[in-house]
Structure formats: structure tokens, C-alpha cells
Design a protein around this ligand. Structure first.
Ligand SMILES: Nc1ncnc2c1ncn2[C@@H]1O[C@H](COP(=O)(O)OP(=O)(O)OP(=O)(O)O)[C@@H](O)[C@H]1O
Length: 254
């Protein structure tokens, strides 16, 4: 067992964060991007599905407190993370689609240590925690590796280790597996499935969410359906297949 919320082998029950979104609206320059989103869940595994541009990333950024709603409220474990950035660091970590947009340091150990320094760990403690995290993933030999020598899948794992080291109560995954080959995706999924905090996973692939507890389906900035994957995913897939037979890709927005 390790201290960073991930452990090898046996799965234990994950603890969900309490996510409370009330009448959430978000607009940019008068254009509505999300409207009247109200969701309450403490599920440990939350999926978010929806078409391109339906507002999934915006919803994730609102939950993480990276942006603030135009109206309504977004709270995680009772906290407004936009107003409380210090709490946000320990409440939620994010893995983005492109690790190159996330990684800032040249080596693996520097990248992992940085997040730990951000949450206030002294240099030596952060260095020790970095080594411990690398070892818990079986990657102690990666410490001094230069990020620019790593594959895309390996860079994703660096981001995951950096987030896991900080042991946030929840991790938001914003389509982190796009462009990865099947074994790499399966290996990253295996690490993630062992995370003992919440996962909030944005994906276009319903197969990613079959083991999840709760799914949010967004359509044009509004909630289309929420609930158990067994109920939401078949309806979502049926609708996506229906739309696949149409030609709305031709439509241009105003
Ligand atoms: N800061 C912004 N300024 C202008 N438009 C924005 C801004 N942020 C988001 N949008 C628009 O809001 C809509 C929803 O974007 P968002 O990235 O949340 O969708 P998404 O469901 O994550 O899409 P995708 O699956 O393609 O990643 C899009 O039309 C996007 O162009």
C-alpha cells in the first residue's frame, strides 16, 4: 500500500467527493455555454459525456474552480474552489488531454516535486515524496529522465504521477486518453482504477465509463440526462448513432 492514494493489486472502495452544482450558468461575451446545470452527487466515479462543444470541459473547469459561473454555484465538499484556490489544490487535480500543455519542467522529478512544493511541502519532503511516488508506480528509474525523451503515453503517466503525488480528493480527467494506443490506455486506466479518491472522467468513449457510478450527459450546454451508466449510456449511444446518420457537421454557429 502506498500513501498517494494509489496502490498496486487489490481494489478498495473509493471515496467520492460531494459535488453540488446549483443553477449553474456560464456565458462568454453574452454567448451561453452552460445553462441551468443542477447536479448533486457524491459518487466516486463520475463520467461526463456529450458531443464536441457540448460544454464538458467548461463544466469540469467550473467544478475545479478554474473559472467562476456567470450565475449559480459550484461547490466541492462544500467549498467554492474558485474563491478558495488553496483548498482547490488538495480537493481536485486535473489531467488534460495534452500532457505538453501541463508539463512545465524538463525532468520527471522536477515536474512531480513542483506540485508538492505548491501545496506547501518543504524541499526535502517534496523530494522524498517524489521518489516514493515514482517507486509506488514502479518508475523509480524515471526520476532524472528528460520529459522530451518520453513517449506521449509516458508523458501522460508523468502527469498522473504528479497529480497522484499531491493526493487530491478528486481527479478530473479531461479526455486524457485521446491518441493513445490500446495497451497504453489500458495501463493508465489500471492505475486510475486504483485511485481511492473521486474520478470525474470526460470522455467520448462510453466503454471508459461502464464501471462508473454516475454519468452526466450534456447536450448543447444543458443536462440531457444523469444517472447510472446502465441507463444513461445506451440512450447516449443511440442518440449519437442517430446523429451520425445526419449531416449537422455542415451547420455553422451564429
Ligand atoms: N472562453 C471561451 N470563449 C468563447 N467560447 C468558449 C470559451 N470556452 C468555451 N467556449 C465554447 O463553448 C462551447 C463548449 O466548449 P467546451 O470546450 O466546454 O466543450 P466540450 O464539450 O469540452 O468540447 P470537446 O468535446 O470538443 O472538447 C464550445 O462551443 C466552445 O467553443
Amino acid at each position: 500500500m502506498t500513501m498517494d492514494g494509489l496502490h498496486t493489486g487489490i481494489k478498495t472502495a473509493a471515496v467520492g467527493s460531494d459535488i453540488a452544482l446549483t443553477d449553474l450558468c456560464y456565458a462568454v461575451a453574452g454567448k451561453s455555454i452552460l445553462s441551468d446545470v443542477s447536479i448533486q452527487t457524491n459518487a466516486a466515479r463520475v463520467g461526463i459525456v456529450g458531443r464536441n462543444g457540448s460544454g464538458k470541459s467548461t463544466l469540469a473547469r467550473l467544478i475545479a474552480g478554474l473559472i467562476t459561473p456567470t450565475s449559480g454555484t459550484a461547490k466541492v465538499n462544500g467549498k467554492d474552489l474558485f474563491k478558495n484556490r488553496k483548498a482547490a489544490l488538495t480537493e481536485i487535480g486535473i489531467l488534460f488531454q495534452n500532457p505538453d500543455h501541463q508539463i512545465i519542467f524538463p525532468t520527471v522529478e522536477e515536474e512531480i516535486s513542483f506540485g508538492l512544493r505548491q501545496i506547501g511541502q518543504p524541499k526535502e519532503e517534496a523530494a522524498a515524496k517524489t521518489q516514493e511516488t515514482l517507486s509506488s508506480f514502479g518508475k523509480a528509474h524515471w526520476a532524472e529522465a528528460y520529459i522530451n525523451t518520453l513517449s506521449q503515453g509516458q508523458k501522460h503517466l508523468v502527469c498522473l504521477m504528479a497529480v497522484a503525488a499531491m493526493a487530491p480528493k478528486a481527479i478530473i480527467l479531461d479526455e486524457p486518453f485521446t491518441g493513445l494506443d490500446i495497451p497504453t490506455k489500458a495501463q493508465l486506466n489500471r492505475y486510475l482504477s486504483q485511485y481511492r479518491g473521486s474520478l470525474i472522467h470526460i470522455t467520448h468513449d462510453p466503454a471508459d465509463l461502464t464501471e462508473y457510478d454516475y454519468v452526466i450527459w450534456l447536450e448543447q450546454g444543458a443536462v440531457q440526462q444523469t444517472g447510472h451508466p446502465d441507463d444513461v449510456l445506451p440512450a447516449y449511444v443511440a442518440r449519437m448513432n442517430e446523429l451520425g446518420g445526419s449531416d449537422d457537421i455542415s451547420d455553422l454557429s451564429d
